[in-house]
Write a protein that binds this ligand. Structure first.
Ligand code: F3S
Length: 307
């Protein structure tokens, strides 16, 4: 059995940055309470690793201990920041800069008189944060059918949660343009999401089955699993190697592995190792460098060739 890893899988820069910032705060202040609003990133292992260092997840400003209050990579509404400042907490904002960009874009559009439609998942932290920028003028939308039910607004703009599917965004844009021909469009799906979606489409075209490593509440990981399913491949989303079932890969010649943007490399390695125990051989895609995951499979780079 050949195992392929998607060309883009695992931590994106926003997740890495958020984890590094919180870890740096813990290292600088080993005894100070540090609490994170909701989940720093949607991955159980990352949250548990921090909990072992007494970096806890809380669900509100009131629940937080006196100390450092962390705003997660998904961002929050300005109201939450105000509450935290009002309580005198030291706010550490690790919001991904690409999420902050959506807040700024939505705010600018509302100030120019637009009603802003946000393509996003109900209840997702990032979506709640963006809606909170201007609750009366930013509206969540999920299905193209909803376009027909919207009021007759004069100026309408479309933005997106960073981790939505590219094809869903295109469908939404088409539906809304029927209703609002002058729709202003800002595709704010982030580059990391786009790259991972393209990579899993490449993988699903080659593999007979696909495993995505990530937490069930990770929007981008779920989307990767869905893309593989929509391409007709059996696809599963698992937290780590313990979620694998030998029956999924039995008799398959090629199995693909991918991972969400908040999945640590050690979990990807664990899944690959389990599949290898079951007879798989990790094989690079053409031109793929697996060095980050498996140093022994690294392509020789220019500097190594020079040596
Ligand atoms: Fe940022 Fe995109 Fe990652 S918004 S946190 S780079 S998935």
């Amino acid at each position: 059995m050949i195992i392929h890893l998607a060309r883009e899988a695992g931590f994106c820069f926003g997740v890495e940055r958020a984890i590094d910032m919180v870890q740096a705060a813990r290292d600088r202040h080993p005894h100070r309470p540090i609490d994170i609003l909701n989940e720093i990133v949607h991955n159980r292992h990352v949250i548990d690793d921090f909990a072992r260092q007494d970096v806890q997840s809380v669900h509100s400003v009131e629940e937080s201990r006196d100390g450092i209050f962390v705003i997660s990579a998904h961002g929050v509404s300005p109201e939450i920041v105000k509450q935290a400042n009002g309580r005198g907490l030291e706010v550490l904002d690790v919001t991904c800069p690409l999420v902050t960009k959506i807040h700024r874009t939505a705010d600018r559009l509302v100030r120019r008189g637009y009603e802003v439609l946000l393509l996003g998942d109900e209840g997702h932290d990032e979506v709640e944060g963006v809606l909170g920028v201007a609750p009366e003028h930013i509206h969540r939308i999920r299905h193209p059918d909803e376009a027909a039910t919207l009021p007759d607004w004069d100026q309408v703009a479309l933005v997106s949660q960073t981790t939505q599917g590219m094809s869903e965004f295109d469908q939404m844009e088409r539906a809304l343009k029927q209703r609002f021909p002058h729709l202003e469009v800002h595709n704010t799906i982030c580059h990391a999401t786009e790259q991972r979606q393209e990579a899993i489409a490449e993988l699903a075209a080659l593999a007979e089955a696909v495993v995505v490593v990530g937490s069930a509440n990770s929007a981008n990981a779920r989307r990767l699993r869905d893309i593989a399913s929509e391409m007709g491949r059996p696809a599963w989303l698992i937290e780590d190697e313990r979620g694998l079932d030998p029956a999924w890969v039995a008799g398959r010649a090629v199995v693909g592995v991918s991972a969400g943007a908040s999945t640590p490399d050690k979990l990807i390695r664990g899944v690959l190792a389990r599949l290898e125990e079951w007879g798989g051989t990790l094989t690079p895609l053409p031109g793929q460098d697996l060095g980050r995951i498996r140093p022994e499979l690294a392509l020789a780079g220019p500097s190594q060739q020079e040596c």
